[in-house]
Design a protein around this ligand. Structure first.
Ligand code: Z5A
Length: 208
């Protein structure tokens, strides 16, 4: 059986990933494609526990390298138990964030060395990379306003605007370095316009 495709959705806070993940899932399902929807950090019981640890606010500061290693620990578990088996069964995997988030948040946001991130990526993923990454791009202020409607802020959402500007810049840099793989979508538009743009990208992928 042919392996499925691996699609990831990325962006800064409140950019509309969850909303548009559902749109992509429905679009693919309507075309008879078997889709598995998952997220990072998370996607297995153990990886979800690591997610809780990562997002919780606490008195003890979390060392940047501890954060990085917990993210890759969760990813290793997720890949072995969920992502790789699903792709091998021919399912398409649709993941809310993946390693681009690590380059953006831990690399761009925290300032960790991208070479080290690349070494962990190689260790944990081997040659596996997403087939397509949609980066929803927005002014961080606007995304944070959209996200502010929610109850309590997690540990990442408490970062200042300069942090999110660095995260956004890192995403944009990755998109411009490899335009064949990334699709940068203007997420500051109305939802209908965002989804029109995503629809065009998906049509091209389905026809490829
Ligand atoms: N993290 C990391 O540091 N390193 C890593 O490697 C990974 C993750 C994998 C959890 O991620 C945290 O993990 C994340 C980075 C870190 N930081 N934080 N926080 P997450 O994905 O769970 O958390 P998130 O970014 O906070 O996602 P979110 O807040 O759930 O936002 P969203 O899914 O992008 O947005 P949404 O819920 O779809 O939309 C927000 C609101 O805006 C909602 O009311 C929508 O109806 C509305 N919306 C959406 N689109 C539009 C448009 N176009 N117009 C108007 N309103 C809109």
């Amino acid at each position: 059986m042919a392996t499925g495709k691996f699609i990831t959705i990325e962006g800064t806070e409140g950019v509309g990933k969850s909303t548009n993940l559902a749109f992509v899932r429905d679009w693919l399902s309507a075309r008879g494609i078997d889709v598995l929807v998952t997220r990072e950090p998370g996607g297995t019981p153990l990886a979800e526990q690591l997610r809780e640890l990562l997002l919780a606010t606490r008195d003890e500061p979390v060392a940047d390298k501890a954060e990085l290693l917990m993210i890759f620990a969760a990813r290793a578990q997720h890949l072995e138990h969920v992502i790789k088996p699903a792709l091998a069964e021919g399912k398409w995997v649709l993941c809310d964030r993946f390693t681009d988030a690590t380059y953006a948040y831990q690399g761009g946001g925290r300032g960790l060395d991208k070479t080290v991130i690349g070494e962990l990526e190689q260790l944990v993923q081997g040659a596996l990379r997403p087939d397509l990454t949609l980066i929803l791009d927005i002014e961080p202020e606007l995304g944070l306003q959209r996200a502010a409607a929610r109850a309590e802020l997690d540990r990442f959402e408490r970062e200042d605007i300069a942090f999110f500007n660095r995260v956004r810049a890192a995403y944009r840099e990755r998109a411009s370095a490899n335009p064949a793989h990334y699709q940068l979508i203007n997420a500051g538009q109305s939802l209908a316009d965002v989804q029109r743009d995503i629809h065009q990208v998906l049509q091209a992928l389905a026809l490829a």
